[in-house]
Design a protein around this ligand. Structure first.
Ligand code: PRP
Ligand code: URA
Length: 212
């Protein structure tokens, strides 16, 4: 795993292979959606490495023992709608007790700035480890707005997990929220004039939901 302190890039053959399949224009909706879920699960395995633990007593068939469990309020998964929804089930496979919040944002096609249309977060948000998920970190506008909103509502321990990122998006999110650890499947070359990630995978929401 390549590590730049605030950004962890998943350097794993399974993740790389699956991301290459996502990029392929010939990958259809069903397969695309499955791949997004699988990549999210693999990335979450790493992103949740520091979940707090506590020892509790358990009785094994042989004796009593103090053994580690995940402690306290479990985490919250917060997908940025729509495309982030595609990553939720993959994370829930690992942490089925996690609560799920939602933040609805869409990018204005001309200004590329995000507009909020929905928000609901699980309480008590301040006690949870919060994993914001969105397949794409392009200009970073949506990521910054989502983290702004969560902090305004009391969220403290926030991680951001995406599949593809542009260098511009990582920079903007880190500058706005240096306390947020960023987990990325792959960092691509650049944004084009429409603020799409290149080489990228196209419009993640449209490919997950079969729209357009
Ligand atoms: C996409 C993507 C991110 C955002 C990234 O969503 O899922 O949320 O763009 O771009 P940014 O980093 O420049 O803000 P989009 O606005 O297309 O909405 P959708 O998920 O509903 O398709
Ligand atoms: N949103 C997407 O879905 N794809 C991009 O390349 C950029 C933003």
């Amino acid at each position: 795993m390549a590590d730049m302190d605030h950004v962890i890039i998943m350097d794993h053959p399974l993740i790389k292979h699956k991301i290459s399949m996502l990029r392929d224009i010939h990958t259809g909706t069903n397969e695309f959606r499955t791949l997004v879920g699988e990549i999210a699960m693999l990335e979450a395995f790493e992103a949740l490495r520091d979940l707090p633990m506590e020892n509790r007593e358990v009785e094994t068939p042989l004796e009593k023992a103090m053994v580690p469990y995940i402690s306290g309020k479990k985490m919250a998964i917060v997908p940025i709608l729509r495309a982030g929804l595609g990553m939720v089930d993959g994370v829930l496979t690992l942490v089925p007790t996690a609560k799920v919040g939602h933040i609805g944002l869409y990018r204005d096609p001309k200004t590329h700035e995000p507009h909020e249309y929905y928000c609901k977060l699980p309480a008590p948000i301040e006690q949870r480890t919060i994993l914001v998920v969105d397949p794409m970190l392009a200009t970073g506008g949506s990521g910054v707005e989502a983290v702004d909103f969560i902090k305004q509502h009391g969220g403290k321990k926030i991680k951001f997990m995406c599949i593809l990122a542009a260098p511009e998006g990582i920079k903007r999110l880190h500058e706005a929220h240096p306390d947020v650890q960023i987990y990325v499947g792959c960092v691509d070359r650049e944004l084009n004039e429409d603020a799409y990630i290149c080489p990228g995978l196209g419009d993640a929401g449209d490919r997950i939901f079969g729209t357009k």
